[in-house]
Design a binder for this molecule. Structure first.
Ligand code: BDP
Length: 688
């Protein structure tokens, strides 16, 4: 099995009792839609049911369409809501199973929910599933260049074949849309945030329209990244100044052209004045001026602007993690209603562990979106296993105290705290042209987890891991328990062997794979590792309390107080907020140095346990997938050992202390690890 089918495998259900019970329950299905008429979306639902049930049960259902009774309110909550109901027993005369929804798209979502129910082996009698998405716009962000390269992509090239489009449409587009819709995702930004204005020219728009046409039946709307200087680059203007009327007119005309080609175009995602991208500050204007310019252009068509807050200015020498708040908080209340400020989960950059970005609590009058990274740029890319649901849960559940206790990140982005629409959540995609879509087969679980959380951010990591495993690997109890255990512990394992105790940004330069705590001289101080770990004879870590950069002051007082105290700060963020003496005793009673050493060792030990657990599955899953994952775990152990040895030898030059008992001695001197630059990565060798 090459993994192409993702979690939509639909292999025949092995449990015969369940299969025999399921067949009559699913023999007759009614789709109750607002119009009762067939549409491309209803046809997609019907096709999915026919194929899936044919394969899962070996039986073809009789599917009929009905008009939803006007009084039906169960599904009125959101246009995407659905309900699935079935009788308590299945006789030839009992009522059929019904999927109802107030939109055709709701029928499709209900279809996938029903199939998931079946694929995870749940009872079919008395079914009463009702569901609606908590967040309105649920997007993948593809960092795909027009030449096919994917920035921070580790699963092959871009899925979008620009050269062949619009005439030649790869069947993968259809499967991509199905997979996204099965999770409830409803939008895709096709292009890299480091944008190319060419995408906005007529030939490319025709290609984008072809993709939009492929995705439309599955409810996936298309969005693009807008390069701020496009009016100059493709419009022939002398300026892109957002307050210049000619610039505003250019964008209005361009946007009208886009909507003629793609009537349901979603809007733009913009990276401006960040890492060399052009933006409004080039004209001494603000981010709000820039965002509002584009917002006014798309507003008549119902479009939205996602304006990224990933900024750190070349002229600002302040602690990098403070800069987004410094730049954006003063602009609170100045953005149009269809602008959403899109914020990465942490204040730095998708590290294995960060505290939540304080910007989420600092803009009460602005719509805020969360940007997560599904592609594992800093967590072993597509070589290492890191299931990210626990990381995203940690973030969504974080209490900002912005409106008093209980103001979680989830409540701020789903609009329930601020009652503001549109609400948006975005994930940087981990897909590519690799046959299994995500490079590492188990990384499919991250695409799955992200999608499921965008629909329902109250799902637990355990639920998600359990569903995904059953849908992807079947129901053998030892397979399910082993794989879910592997998934659930994996992110913490990566943290342990790479950046434990709140360490951050100490990876190799450029490609970001493997250790590089010694990285010091780069174009900017805040691209180096030494900037972040501050290792010295005095200790380790970045002092962000009042006696240091005072980044803590950007959080609510409740958090600033707790995290500012050396004894109360959560230990998993200790070195993020504090510079800690090597002999300082942690909760374990051990010194910082000993604890640090043992965490690195623990990470290695955990990978070894993962390998043993995986090996126990030999013969219980197909050889192709077994070997694919076995090889990657073998490599992960070597990588974990390299992280441990390189970091401990390097930090030892400052701590000047011996390794405590239980630490395996490194095989090489520090100089060996420093010379292992590994510049030839399959992914992106040219980043920062
Ligand atoms: C960093 C990536 C870089 C992206 C940047 C961004 O290393 O490739 O362009 O984020 O989010 O994580 O804009």
């Amino acid at each position: 099995d090459d993994g192409y089918r993702l979690w939509l495998r639909y292999d025949r259900i092995e449990n015969e009792t369940y299969r025999t019970q399921a067949a009559p329950a699913l023999g007759r299905i009614v789709l109750a839609t607002p119009s009762g008429a067939e549409s491309p979306t209803v046809a997609a639902a019907r096709d999915e049911l026919t194929t899936a049930l044919g394969n899962l049960l070996g039986a073809t259902p009789v599917i009929t369409l009905e008009k939803l009774p006007a009084a039906s309110s169960a599904v009125a909550r959101s246009s995407d809501a659905f309900s699935v109901s079935s009788p308590s027993s299945f006789t030839p005369h009992s009522s059929p199973l019904t999927i109802s929804a107030s939109s055709d798209l709701g029928i499709l979502y209900g279809t996938f929910a029903l199939l998931r129910h079946l694929q995870t082996g749940q009872p079919l009698e008395n079914l009463s599933l009702t569901s609606y998405p908590k967040i309105q716009h649920r997007l993948l962000n593809h960092w795909d260049d027009l030449n096919g390269h994917v920035e921070r992509g580790y699963a092959g090239s871009s899925l979008w074949e620009w050269f062949y489009l619009p005439e030649i449409r790869n069947p993968r587009y259809h499967d991509y849309a199905r997979a996204c819709a099965s999770l409830g995702l409803n939008g895709t930004v096709l292009t890299n945030v480091n944008a190319n204005a060419q995408i906005l020219t007529a030939p490319y728009l025709a290609k984008v329209a072809a993709l939009a046409g492929e995705f439309r039946p599955y409810g996936i709307r298309v969005y693009l990244t807008a390069r701020f200087s496009a009016p100059i680059e493709i419009g022939g203007l002398k300026t892109a100044d957002p307050l210049d009327p000619a610039v505003a007119a250019w964008w209005k005309t361009k946007v009208a052209e886009i909507y003629r080609a793609i009537p349901d175009f979603g809007g733009f995602l913009v990276k401006a004045n960040s890492e060399g991208q052009p933006g409004p500050q080039d004209y001494k204007r603000t981010h709000a001026d820039g965002a509002n310019l584009l917002a006014d252009a798309v507003a008549p068509h119902g479009g939205i602007i996602m304006w990224r807050a990933f900024v750190y200015s070349p002229d600002n020498n302040d602690d990098r993690v403070k800069q987004a708040v410094t730049e954006f908080a003063p602009l609170d209340g100045k953005f149009r209603d269809n602008v959403i400020v899109q914020i990465k989960n942490g204040p730095l950059d998708f590290m294995p562990r960060e505290p939540f970005s304080p910007l989420f609590g600092a803009m009460p009058k602005t719509r805020l979106a969360a940007e997560l990274q599904i592609t594992q740029e800093y967590l072993g890319q597509s070589t290492q296993l890191a299931f990210l649901a626990p990381m995203w849960r940690e973030f969504l559940d974080a209490d900002t105290f912005a409106n008093g206790p209980g103001t979680t990140i989830a409540s701020l982005i789903d609009g329930s705290t601020k009652r503001q629409q549109p609400s948006v959540i975005a994930g940087v995609a981990n897909t590519g042209t690799d046959r299994n879509w995500t490079g590492h087969l188990l990384a499919q679980a991250n695409w799955y987890a992200f999608g499921r959380l965008t629909w329902d951010h109250s799902l637990t990591s355990e639920q998600i891991a359990d569903e995904w495993t059953k849908m992807t690997f079947g129901h053998d109890a030892s397979v399910v328990s082993t794989i879910t255990k592997l998934l659930l512990g994996s992110r913490e394992t990566v943290v342990n062997y790479s950046m434990p105790l709140g360490l951050t940004h100490i990876m190799a330069e450029g490609h970001h794979y493997g250790p590089g705590p010694w990285v010091d001289k780069l174009g900017r101080a805040d691209w180096t590792s030494v900037y972040y770990h501050r290792a010295a004879a005095t200790g380790l870590g970045f002092n962000r309390t009042a006696t240091g950069s005072n980044a803590l002051a950007q959080y609510s007082p409740a958090i600033a107080q707790r995290y500012g105290s050396l004894t109360d700060c959560p230990e998993n963020l200790l070195l993020w907020f504090h510079h800690v003496a090597w002999d300082h005793r942690l909760r374990s009673g051990r010194t910082l140095w000993d604890e640090l050493c043992l965490r690195y060792q623990q990470g290695v030990d955990e990978v070894r346990a993962m390998r043993r657990d995986w090996d126990s599955l030999k013969g219980r899953i197909d050889d192709e997938r077994f070997t694919h994952i076995q090889q990657r775990l073998t490599r992960q152990e070597l990588d974990a050992i390299e992280w441990r040895d390189a970091c401990l030898l390097y930090f030892q030059t400052f701590s000047k202390r011996p390794f405590p008992a239980g630490i395996e001695p490194p095989a090489h001197p520090l100089s060996h690890y420093i010379s292992q630059k590994r510049r030839h990565m399959p992914g992106d060798p040219s980043g920062k």
